[in-house]
Design a protein around this ligand. Structure first.
Ligand code: 4NP
Length: 151
């Protein structure tokens, strides 16, 4: 099973989502590979934002093996599920889908916690550290839900 996490820059939210879900999958001996990507290319090749690295570290998760990359249409073939962080990401990825099967792979990650709520993981880039803690907590709960459905 291969799962892709997507946000705008692939430096704040989706690297955390990748790190958290991969950590929980490994702990549960699940054969799941998690990756992440951004809808935009501005940060391609960069490490995650230092504030994401820091909050993940606090919970024993290392993000420093990650480098940002842009989402590409081949990701639709590569991945079984594509979780997006917000409504804008959702629209941007759906525009790139060419089949109904592609479209059905794209899901808002917070709908795992509250189905059909269509709420977004807030972009913490321009805020302070507390925004990153908040994002971490949301993704931690969503990841627990995803794992519980795969066990
Ligand atoms: P992310 O956050 O989408 O969670 O990685 C952002 C990172 C960078 C920018 C915006 C959001 N930016 O405008 O550079």
């Amino acid at each position: 099973m291969k799962i892709l996490m997507v946000c705008l820059g692939n430096i704040c939210r989706s690297p955390l989502a990748e790190g958290i879900l991969q950590h929980k999958a490994n702990k549960n001996n699940l054969n799941i590979e998690v990756d992440s990507a951004g809808t935009a290319a501005y940060h391609a090749g960069n490490l995650p934002d230092e504030r994401s690295i820091e909050v993940a570290n606090k919970y024993g998760i290392d993000l420093t093996n990650q480098r940002a990359r842009q989402f590409g249409i081949t990701d639709f073939q590569e991945f079984d599920v594509i979780y997006v962080m917000d409504a804008k990401n959702y629209n941007n990825i759906l525009k790139l889908a060419s089949t109904r099967e592609d479209e059905q792979k794209v899901k808002l990650i917070l709908n795992e916690i509250e189905p059909n709520s269509n709420s977004s993981v807030p972009d913490p880039y321009y805020g302070g550290k507390d925004g990153f803690e908040n994002v971490y907590q949301m993704l931690d709960i969503a990841s627990d839900k995803i794992i519980s459905q795969l066990i």
